[in-house]
Design a binder for this molecule. Structure first.
Ligand code: IPE
Ligand code: IPE
Ligand code: MG
Length: 246
């Protein structure tokens, strides 16, 4: 870390590129509503935006892109919408995993996928396995993800070790918590984007966002693309990060 603040464009070792970008893909429903279409049409268009954005992220040289696809609270939606979202995820995985692999992209997930339907868990696992040696971009799908649930699972794991006498509570530190988060082997989060004009985190990456740059854009997710990602990265390049220093 440098002594005086620098913008991300000038950051040492960097080309101004964030290593890890995460996006709260919001606004599918409103995109559909504006077109007098059912919500599922918005989600379908959103899946296409995922496809082009992931490709763009790999072409730009990002190391990791995390997309919030389904939150641990999204089960509160109607059964019909949950089924539509799961169906689209199934369709996306069946159709796109081979293409991800061709493009040198490694698929990963965060969140508790054990709550998904069995065949979906299988598709996710197969995709992760097929692409595990790829190095161009880590494409991380947040599925049944909630930051509070992630932290709860980490705390439970630590408490279990303490109870077993394997861990002294005094030795628990930040690194130990980070090592138990779903994101443990991803680069630190540099830029967190939310589309659709909403300005909240909705239980996404709360720990990881501690020093991330936040960007809220009005674009509805289905309208997001490589150009929008470039614009977000250009904005990031102008930010001055201090990490609590001067
Ligand atoms: C984001 O779009 C997609 C998911 C949450 C899965 P929304 O469905 O939340 O769209 P809006 O917020 O209703 O427009
Ligand atoms: C956050 O969007 C979750 C995803 C994008 C997957 P929501 O649309 O579910 O968030 P709220 O309900 O507006 O906070
Ligand atoms: Mg929404």
């Amino acid at each position: 870390m440098s002594a005086s603040p620098v913008t991300n464009a000038e950051a040492a070792g960097g080309n101004g590129m964030p290593r890890h970008v995460a996006i709260i893909m919001d606004g599918n429903g409103r995109w559909a509503k504006r077109r007098f279409l059912p919500r599922v049409a918005g989600h379908r268009a959103g899946a296409e935006a995922v496809r082009v954005t992931v490709k763009a992220a790999a072409d730009m040289g990002l190391r990791a892109l995390t997309l919030y696809a389904f939150s641990s609270e999204n089960w509160r939606r109607s059964a019909e919408e949950v089924t539509d979202l799961m169906g689209l995820l199934r369709h996306y995985l069946r159709k796109e995993v081979a293409e991800l692999h061709r493009n040198g992209i490694r698929l990963r997930t965060i969140g508790d996928i054990s709550a998904l339907e069995g065949d979906l868990i299988g598709l996710v696992r197969d995709g992760v396995e097929l692409t595990k040696n790829n190095r161009r971009l880590d494409f991380v799908l947040a599925l049944n993800y909630g930051a509070q649930d992630e932290m709860l699972r980490a705390v439970r794991g630590i408490a279990t070790e303490v109870q077993a006498g394997k861990l002294d509570p005094q030795s628990i530190d930040q690194a130990m918590i980070e090592a138990r988060l779903d994101t443990c082997d991803l680069p630190p989060l540099d830029l967190l984007i939310r589309t659709s004009g909403e300005r909240r985190l909705s239980n996404f990456l709360l720990w990881q966002a501690a020093y991330a740059e936040l960007l809220f854009v009005d674009t509805l997710w289905p309208d997001f693309d490589g150009k929008a990602l470039s614009a977000a990265i250009a904005d990031f390049g102008t930010r001055e990060r201090r990490f609590g220093g001067r």
